[in-house]
Design a binder for this molecule. Structure first.
Ligand SMILES: [Zn+2]
Length: 391
């Protein structure tokens, strides 16, 4: 950390213009204290790392992100200077006693207070959620920026995210997910836009980077889509891969179950129904691939409903319970109920004319046709193209 206090409460910030000999002198004469836990801290003046304060090894600080790497310190300093250079009111490592948290940066922009957490190392999802809630509680909007060293890219539009990284995403008004990275070595922001998971760890997204000094605060506070490209086209490629995927000789339980269901229904895996495997509204609440759970619902529940006979959404939800209980299907860690994913899927099936809503009775649907099973992969891909995801 860059901030400590003297015994009398005066703050000392290492981001200010100190000379090495001045600090060495101070270190001889004065004691430094942690603003959060008030334990004494050491002033580190090595050449390999940026000058900083550190707790004694055995001290467990209430709210410290100790073992700050050089990467983290450097990034925090650059972000601080970047905000300052834009005349933004910003405080470094400001301790908030009410919630016992100390964001890396606290700043005010357009009459709103933001806590910027610069996260370069893995963090427990529960701790991350606790901190996010803490800020929300006192009306501060948290912004999690990941270290550029966390970015894992597999293809031009394919990325992997750990569960804590997913919790660092921001949502824009149009319900797209965005994630911001900052690399202090390249002095650049990178952003992922329209992040769309297609399995528990793999995500489609559009990548965009800007040099620090050419980045507006707005684009970090309220990320927006920079590209006109459509996620739909990328998703079609994911479906194509599912259709051409060779079956593994040692399939996982869910994969095996799906193969059995398809076999039972006389459908070759490459010709799975057009109605399933889509990023429908809230699909991300179930972290397992929509290819699995949508196929499961179609064949194990919806197709069992006689044509034109009303059924409730509850029985659709119940169909997934056993799989979730056995943890064959995984849920994403979030405060939103996963059943919203079911509603999103039912809504989608209604729009493409497989289901119909029962007007007189909310939460009731009826099936009005059979699924589209293509006869060959070419036809499958043409039919995939004909689907509209958002009305
Ligand atoms: Zn402390």
């Amino acid at each position: 950390m860059f901030i400590a206090k003297f015994k009398d409460g005066t703050v000392i910030s290492l981001v200010d213009d100190w000379r090495l000999d001045e600090l060495k002198e101070l270190r001889k004469k004065r004691q430094f204290y942690c603003p959060a836990c008030r334990a004494t801290v050491q002033l580190k003046l090595g050449t390999a790392r940026l000058w900083h304060f550190a707790h004694q090894p055995h001290v467990a600080c209430v709210e410290s992100s100790e073992n700050e790497s050089l990467y983290h310190l450097k990034g925090k300093k650059l972000l601080y200077q970047w905000l300052k250079s834009q005349q933004v009111e910003v405080a470094l490592e400001c301790y908030l006693p009410i919630i016992r948290q100390r964001p890396d940066l606290l700043f005010r922009f357009n009459h709103t207070l933001y806590a910027l957490e610069y996260q370069c190392s893995p963090i427990e999802t529960t701790l991350l959620e606790k901190r996010t809630q803490g800020y929300n509680q006192i009306g501060i909007i948290p912004i999690w920026i990941l270290g550029g060293n966390r970015l894992k890219r597999y293809g031009p539009h394919t990325f992997t995210l750990k569960s804590y990284e997913w919790l660092c995403t921001q949502t824009s008004k149009n319900h797209f997910f965005h994630l911001t990275y900052f690399c202090p070595e390249q002095n650049r922001f990178a952003q992922l836009h329209q992040i769309t998971p297609y399995s528990s760890t793999k995500f489609l997204a559009f990548y965009h980077e800007t040099p620090l000094l050419k980045t507006s605060i707005n684009s970090i506070v309220q990320p927006n889509i920079h590209t006109k490209s459509k996620m739909f086209e990328k998703w079609i490629i994911v479906r194509k891969n599912w259709r051409y995927k060779n079956s593994s000789p040692y399939p996982a339980k869910m994969e095996r179950t799906i193969r059995e269901i398809l076999y039972k229904n006389g459908v070759p895996p490459s010709l799975f129904p057009i109605e399933t495997g889509w990023p429908t509204a809230y699909h991300y609440l179930i972290s397992s691939s929509p290819y699995y759970w949508q196929l499961l619902l179609l064949f194990e529940c919806l197709q069992h409903q006689p044509l034109n006979r009303p059924f409730s959404r509850q029985i659709v939800t119940q169909c997934l319970f056993p799989y979730i209980e056995k943890r064959w299907l995984m849920l994403r860690q979030t405060s939103e109920p996963w059943t919203k994913a079911i509603d999103g899927f039912l809504h989608f099936l209604t729009r493409i004319g497989y289901l119909e809503k029962v007007e007189s009775n909310q939460g009731m649907f009826k099936r009005i046709r059979n699924p589209m099973i293509p006869t060959n992969v070419e036809e499958a891909m043409q039919l995939d193209q004909s689907i509209k995801l958002r009305s």
